[in-house]
Design a protein around this ligand. Structure first.
Ligand code: NDP
Length: 500
């Protein structure tokens, strides 16, 4: 059957959405409404309710009931898997619509949005297998009188706070694993990119997920997000976003019910290039690593660390790539780099570009806002003469801004790479296996790429070292995060009495 196609023109009027609780839509009613403008075109595209604290309580109560009565966790892994597989089919059927809304609200190129949605289908398919594979352990070595069993149980109600840079992908790196584990969910997407999270709730419902297992509450981080991280009836909180808000999540957990936390936070990720690398491949990978999603990725390769003998030549090669990258209207099929997602982020990136110049770095390429008549766009930007202490070398910019620093020895490359509070991701480019392995072992990062960058998929876990976060998402490790372990001692035969 042909997939339904979708008209890629801008909506004439913004589309109205409700929020999703206990298996159904709730309209905005008399609640305030947030209107989202497409960052690539600056026209209103969606209107989303600003939920109240009472709405949040209702959603948490719904998830609580659904967890406590075991309507989901009490099913067999096979039954949960069937729902996840059907959801994968539902996403496949609505893939064009989801990609279109990702592009409208986030500003990412439509071709990229389509590829991400394809990846999300794989997440559900893979996690469906994990629903059947989760298991514990047994200890048959405790003597004839004792048998030990270790079981995994779902953690419970999971609060899920996701950011605006990959609204659907980050969601789908978590939801199928959380559901595979048997947990229930209250999700709060970023206010500026809520639509595709609401769509996923509907698709899950249509796939047979019991009511109350997936709830979505819309609204701002400071109200609904803060309410969710402080909520006493939420057992675990998965947060993806800034390190600053991550700290608030940790504090809120400590102040309230010590909910378990999963955190994926910022990054300032190194790209280490040795002179013996395939420099053409490396230049392409480095340009992709910072240009993809306009550099608004927690894993963007934002610090280029190059062996001194090829540093100038390599910087020129990357600048050449930047010149050719097609920046423009996200709805144009040919576009590779789209719009900056929010006004605040646009101001932050331009602020860093100014700061880089005032701190004495040399602008080698870009640095300017691109004018396409509407929307907000920034040219891929390259800075040379960067020192370790500069803000552009230390702080997460979250934009298409790359800094170059030379190194002379392997030790120095590792030292520069590790000179950051973050530890999310890193790449190394070399044809020398010893250098590749030494750097992979010694650079502190939760995700590593050798002669490639930004590869991913449902099998390998994601997450960070140092201040980039706690825990792992995706893969078997991801599903295990949403379980807790119970040890069971089982006595065999007659007890030897304590009281004679
Ligand atoms: P935030 O950390 O503020 O936003 C991430 C998510 O947290 C959003 O859903 C947001 O909701 C929510 N949130 C905001 N405040 C609170 C709160 N007090 N309690 C609970 N949830 C909250 O990131 P920003 O959008 O402000 O971006 C700022 C910087 O963060 C970026 O420049 C970038 O450096 C980094 N960032 C990192 C990301 C990553 O993937 N690691 C993703 C996004 C940002 P809402 O948007 O509705 O306010």
């Amino acid at each position: 059957m042909d997939k339904p196609t979708i008209d890629l023109s801008l909506p004439k009027t913004p589309r109205e959405f409700g929020f999703f609780v206990d298996g159904g839509w709730i309209g905005a009613g008399d609640r305030d409404v947030f209107e989202r403008n497409s960052p690539g075109h600056n026209v209103p595209v969606s209107r989303i309710p600003k939920c109240t604290e009472a709405d949040l309580d209702m959603a948490v109560a719904s998830a609580r009931r659904a967890f406590d009565d075991r309507r989901w966790s009490g099913l067999s892994g096979a039954d949960r898997a069937a729902v996840l597989l059907k959801t994968a089919e539902g996403i496949r059927t609505r893939a064009e619509e989801i990609a279109y809304w990702e592009t409208l609200e986030n500003g990412k190129p439509i071709s990229q949005a389509r590829a991400e949605v394809g990846g999300c289908i794989g997440m559900f398919e893979y996690a469906s297998g994990l629903a059947r594979a989760i298991h514990g352990d047994s200890f048959n070595n405790l003597g004839d009188g004792m048998f030990g069993v270790v079981t995994r149980e779902p953690v419970g109600v999971v609060g899920l706070i996701t950011p605006w840079n990959f609204p659907f992908l980050i969601l789908c790196e978590r939801v199928p694993y959380i559901l595979a584990a048997g947990c229930t969910i209250v999700a709060k997407p970023s206010e500026v990119t809520s639509v595709t999270t609401l769509m996923l709730a509907e698709i899950l419902h249509d796939a047979g997920l019991p009511d109350g297992v997936m709830n979505v509450v819309t609204g701002s981080g400071s109200t609904i997000g803060q309410g969710l991280i402080e909520h006493d009836h939420v057992d675990m909180l998965s947060f993806t976003g800034s390190t600053a808000v991550g700290r608030r999540v940790v504090e809120a957990s400590g102040r309230t019910n010590f909910k378990k936390l999963g955190l994926e936070l910022g990054g300032k990720n190194p790209q280490i290039v040795f002179a013996d690398a395939d420099l053409e491949d490396a230049a392409d990978g480095v340009a992709f690593g910072i240009g993809f999603n306009t550099g608004q990725c927690c894993v963007s390769g934002s610090r280029l660390i190059v062996e001194r003998s090829v540093a100038d030549q390599f910087a020129d090669m990357v600048a050449e790539k930047f010149k050719k990258v097609r920046v423009g209207d996200p709805l144009d099929e040919a576009t590779q780099v789209g719009a900056i997602t929010t006004d605040a982020q646009n101001a932050t990136i331009m602020g860093y570009i100014e700061k880089g110049q005032s701190e004495g770095a040399t602008l080698l390429h870009g640095g300017e806002q691109l004018d396409f008549g509407r929307g907000q766009y920034i040219a891929p930007t390259l800075f040379g003469n960067v020192t370790r202490d500069m803000a552009i070398a230390r702080e997460e910019i979250f934009g298409p801004v790359l800094t170059v620093m030379p190194f002379d020895t392997v030790e120095q490359a590792i030292d520069i790479a590790n000179d950051t509070e973050y530890g999310l991701a890193a790449s190394v480019w070399t044809k020398n296996i010893d250098k590749a392995l030494t750097v992979t072992r010694r650079v502190q990062a939760g995700r590593f790429w050798v002669n490639t960058t930004l590869s991913g998929g449902p099998e390998l876990p994601i997450g960070g070292f140092k201040q980039s976060g706690w825990g792992r998402e995706a893969g078997i490790y991801g599903v295990e995060e949403y379980t807790q372990i119970k040890s069971v001692h089982i006595e065999i035969g007659k007890r030897s009495p304590w009281v004679e």
